[in-house]
Design a protein around this ligand. Structure first.
Ligand SMILES: Cc1cc2nc3c(=O)[nH]c(=O)nc-3n(C[C@H](O)[C@H](O)[C@H](O)COP(=O)(O)OP(=O)(O)OC[C@H]3O[C@@H](n4cnc5c(N)ncnc54)[C@H](O)[C@@H]3O)c2cc1C
Ligand code: SF4
Length: 379
């Protein structure tokens, strides 16, 4: 990463002043996007201005709406009870963003101003329109997650911000401040489609302007909905694979031990793992409230993940019919090297099978989702 100066302004006016510099200056909030771009040499600012110290509060406005400071963290936005009650689509979008780490560090201002996730844009080797070049590599390249309507190009990105969508839908206004003072812009006018003239930007912010607040009007009778497909793809296959292990294991057990089943530590803990995954699946469909559903599922998911190493170690910890490990153990593997080749080939094959099935499952869930929304449109 290129060396840069770091400025820590005390307020928004100082932040705006600090952005005026000979060379390139950029605001930084949680840094989840900007730092990654700097490390990949997509951006090399001379000065980075910290805007995490700007307003990080969420307050009610006199008209019954809400005002969200740009430095509010995504996790705090998600956990705000009044936001969740009045603007459920914002709450639903916030919890879908990235990973817990990103939600704990990323801010509202950084999220709506993040740059495109297009893989050509993120690779310094590809100088496309967005980086001052004269072509879009996505047109004839890998473009399965690019815009298919509402964007005539020349850059075929979709805007990466999950929060931008509900902000526009709820009719939010964005307060920005720059060298010539402050102004408010309707969220729908803040984001721009790429044209040849403005292809380097995704919004109407002028140089040295920063976003300070998102102001939401009272929600009125707006009804919002949200579909989630990703989780479905991740738990189906662990359930299928654990079921296969539990069903095929007794075949070996009957031959070697003379019994289909015995309550030994490894078998019992594997059965327990199976119950946990079943409980996870049931829970996802049973709890309506998103926050609670996510928390309960996370607990079950973590317990299931912790159980895996425990199952492996159970033969050390308990008297069991199972033999000691011959591969993953403190000393060198005692599995013959020819068997290791077979084992690792099979392991790789199953890993690839898992990845392919996961991908297929995700695609089915996405298509089902499309069908459901089409049906809703025509209802
Ligand atoms: C694995 C992964 C998954 C992700 N998934 C999602 C997802 O599902 N949905 C989603 O929306 N995002 C997703 N993201 C992106 C992530 O949410 C954003 O990178 C993050 O929200 C940025 O916030 P930040 O505060 O860290 O921004 P920063 O990195 O600090 O800033 C981002 C950009 O905004 C500018 N900026 C920051 N604050 C201001 C301001 N106040 N005024 C003007 N400009 C400003 C910065 O100059 C920079 O260009 C994902 C990222 C990763 C790595
Ligand atoms: S979609 Fe946009 S960012 Fe991606 S390659 Fe094309 S011009 Fe570049």
């Amino acid at each position: 990463m290129k060396a840069f100066a770091y400025v820590n302004p005390a307020n928004e006016r100082e932040a705006v002043a600090a952005l005026k510099v000979d060379g390139i200056a950029m605001p930084i909030a949680g840094g989840q996007d900007l730092l990654a771009r700097m490390k990949d040499y997509i951006d090399s600012p001379d000065r980075v201005v910290n805007v995490k110290g700007l307003d990080a509060t969420i307050t009610a406005t006199p008209d019954g709406g809400m005002k969200i400071g740009s430095a509010v963290k995504i996790i705090d936005l998600f956990e705000h009870a009044q936001v969740a009650k009045l603007y459920p689509a914002i709450n639903a979008a916030a919890i879908e963003i990235g990973t817990p780490q990103i939600r704990n560090q990323g801010t509202v201002g950084g999220n709506v101003n993040q740059r495109p996730r297009c893989w050509y844009y993120r690779n310094e080797e590809f100088v496309c329109y967005k980086k001052g070049g004269s072509r879009c590599f996505a047109v004839n390249g890998e473009n399965q997650y690019h815009a298919i309507f509402g964007n005539e190009g020349p850059s075929h990105i979709v805007h990466p911000s999950s929060l931008a969508v509900p902000f526009v839908a709820y009719g939010a206004r964005f307060r920005v401040i720059g060298p010539s003072g402050e102004r408010e812009i309707a969220a729908g006018d803040y984001f721009t489609r790429p044209t040849l003239q403005n292809v380097l930007k995704e919004n109407v912010l002028e140089d040295e302007e920063i976003l300070t607040h998102v102001i939401l009007p009272p929600p009125g009778n707006v009804k919002t909905g949200h579909y989630e497909v990703r989780y479905k793809a991740s738990h189906d296959w662990p359930l299928a694979f654990t079921t296969v292990v539990l069903l095929t294991g007794p075949l070996w057990g009957k031959t070697i031990w003379g019994a289909w089943w015995t309550w030994d530590a490894r078998l019992t803990s594997t059965l327990f793992l199976w119950f946990l995954i079943v409980a996870y699946s049931l829970l996802r469909g049973a709890v309506e409230e998103r926050g609670r559903r996510a928390r309960y599922s996370a607990v079950l998911g973590i317990l299931a993940a912790l159980l895996v190493p425990f199952i492996h170690l159970s033969v050390y910890l308990f008297r069991t019919l199972h033999p000691m490990p011959i591969l993953l153990k403190p000393s060198a593997p005692s599995m013959p090297s020819e068997m290791q080749v077979t084992f690792f080939s099979a392991f790789l094959a199953f890993l690839l099978l898992f990845a392919a099935l996961l991908r297929a499952r995700y695609r089915i869930a996405t298509l089902r989702d499309h069908v459901a929304s089409r049906e809703q449109e025509h209802a």
